[in-house]
Design a protein. Structure first.
Length: 373
C-alpha cells in the first residue's frame, strides 16, 4: 500500500469499518461489540439524515409489508423492549427511552373506509365501531370506526438516537470518526475506506450504512437503487390522543405532551428544506382528523430523507460477489422499526452465528447496475 502525501493510515485490526452513523450504523456497531468485534464508525452528519427526523412508529401491521417480510417485521417489533432495556444498560443512563405500546389505530372516516378496513382485519387486530372508537379516543369520536393493531406503537426516536450515541461512546470496541467516506476499495481481498480528509481505514469487513446516500460512494460493486424521499413533519403543542393514529392522508403520533403530524412524501432529491405547502398539507391532515387542532400551535417543522428502495425493503447482508462488504441500508419507511433487529442479525452473521434468513432483503434482488427508480 502506498499513500499520497498528506494521507494517513490509521488502520489497526478493526473488524468492521462502518460508513454512516445513523440508527443502522450505530446499532450494527453495538451489536458487533456484544460479540467482541471492533468497529470504526465513520459518519459525516448531513442535513436530512433520517434517524432523528423520523416519526418513530413501530407499525409492521399497518405498513403493507409483503407476506415474506411480515413475520420478520413482527419479530423486529417484539425485539424492541429487550433492545431498549439492554441499550439503557449499555449507556448506563437512568432515563428510559419512551416506548408507546398502546397499539396503532387505522381510522375510518367513511363507511367505505370502514368496510375496507373490516375486510383487511386479521391476526390480532380489533375492529372498533364508532362508539368503541369514541370510548378509546374521544377526540376521534366523529369518525366511523377504526381497526386497532394492539401490539404496534411508537418509540421516541430522538431519545433513542441520543441513547445510541451514549452507548457507543461508552463502548471501548467502537471508535467514532466525524468525516465522510469518500471512496471504498474492495480489490485484492482488502477492504478499505478512504475519508474526505484522506485517512485510510482498513477492516475485515466494510458495512454500508449511509442512509439515503447509500448508492453514492465510489468503489461499490453495484449501483444500489437507494434514493432520497423527503418527508416533512410538524410538532403541535396539543395532545388529544394516547394512540398513534393513521388518518386520512397521514398519521398522528403522541410524543410526550405534544403531537407529531406526518408526513409528506416528496421527490426532491437531496434538498431537505421545509415548505409552506408541506406545512399546509400537514395542518390539513391534523385538522380533518381532529378539528380542535385548528387552535394548536406549531412548535417545530422539519424534514428528513427516507432512504428508499424500489420495493421499500432494506438491503441487508453480504454482497453476493464481495463477501467482505455488508449492506445495512435502504431502510425506506421502516428503519426505526427494522434497524435494531437487522443489526442483531447482521452481527450474528459476521460473527458466524445463526441468524434469521435475510433472503427477502438480499442485494441480489436488484440487477447489478439497476437504474434508480
Ligand atoms: C419524515 C420521516 C418519517 C419517518 N418515520 C418513520 C417511522 O415512523 N418508523 C420507522 O420505522 N421509520 C421511519 N422513517 C424511516 C427511518 O427514519 C429510516 O429508515 C432510518 O432512519 C434510516 O436510518 P439510516 O441509519 O439508514 O440512515 P440515516 O439516519 O440517514 O443515517 C445515515 C448517516 O450516514 C451519514 N452519511 C451518509 N453518507 C455518508 C458518507 N459518505 N460518509 C460518512 N457518513 C455518511 C449521514 O449523514 C447520516 O448521519 C421515517 C423517515 C422520515 C424521513
Amino acid at each position: 500500500m502506498s499513500l499520497a502525501r498528506g494521507e494517513r493510515d490509521v488502520s489497526k485490526t478493526t473488524d468492521l469499518v462502518i460508513a454512516g452513523g445513523g440508527i443502522a450504523g450505530l446499532t450494527v456497531a453495538l451489536a458487533a461489540a456484544e460479540r467482541g468485534l471492533s468497529s470504526v464508525v465513520i459518519d459525516e452528519p448531513r442535513p436530512g439524515a433520517a434517524s432523528r427526523a423520523a416519526a418513530g412508529m413501530l407499525a409492521p401491521s399497518v405498513e403493507g409489508l409483503p407476506p415474506s417480510v411480515r413475520p420478520l417485521a413482527l419479530e423486529a417489533r417484539e425485539y424492541f423492549p429487550r433492545f431498549l432495556a439492554e441499550l439503557q444498560a449499555k449507556a448506563d443512563f437512568d432515563v428510559a427511552v419512551a416506548l408507546n405500546r398502546n397499539g396503532i389505530l387505522e381510522v375510518a372516516s367513511t363507511e367505505e373506509d370502514l368496510t375496507r378496513l373490516r375486510d383487511r382485519t386479521r391476526d390480532d387486530a380489533v375492529l372498533l365501531d364508532q362508539r368503541g372508537l369514541a370510548e378509546l379516543e374521544p377526540a376521534l369520536a366523529t369518525h366511523m370506526g377504526a381497526v386497532l393493531h394492539p401490539k404496534d406503537g411508537s418509540v421516541d426516536n430522538i431519545a433513542l438516537m441520543s441513547m445510541l450515541d451514549l452507548a457507543a461512546s461508552r463502548q471501548r470496541l467502537i471508535r467514532r470518526i466525524s468525516d465522510s467516506v469518500a471512496s471504498i476499495e474492495l480489490s485484492g481481498g482488502r477492504h478499505v475506506a478512504w475519508t474526505g480528509e484522506g485517512t485510510r481505514h482498513e477492516g475485515r469487513m466494510i458495512v454500508l450504512a449511509s442512509g439515503a446516500w447509500g448508492s453514492a460512494i465510489p468503489g461499490l460493486p453495484r449501483n444500489l437503487p437507494v434514493r432520497p424521499l423527503r418527508g416533512q413533519l410538524l410538532l403541535l403543542d396539543q395532545l388529544p390522543l394516547t394512540h398513534v393514529a393513521y388518518v386520512a392522508g397521514g398519521y398522528l403520533v403522541p410524543r410526550g405532551t405534544t403531537l407529531l403530524v406526518g408526513a409528506t412524501s416528496e421527490e426532491a432529491g437531496f434538498k431537505n428544506g421545509v415548505t409552506g405547502e408541506g406545512q399546509m398539507e400537514l395542518l390539513g391532515i391534523a385538522q380533518r382528523a381532529i378539528p380542535e387542532l385548528a387552535s394548536a400551535r406549531v412548535i417545530e417543522h422539519w424534514a428528513g430523507l427516507r432512504p428508499v428502495t424500489p420495493d421499500a425493503l432494506p438491503i441487508l447482508g453480504r454482497d453476493p460477489g464481495v463477501p467482505g462488504l455488508i449492506y445495512a441500508c435502504g431502510f425506506s419507511r421502516n428503519g426505526i422499526l427494522l434497524a435494531p433487529w437487522a443489526a442483531s442479525q447482521l452481527a450474528a452473521l459476521v460473527a458466524g452465528e445463526d441468524a434469521s434468513d435475510l433472503a427477502p432483503f438480499a442485494a441480489s434482488r436488484f440487477a447489478p447496475n439497476a437504474a434508480l427508480k
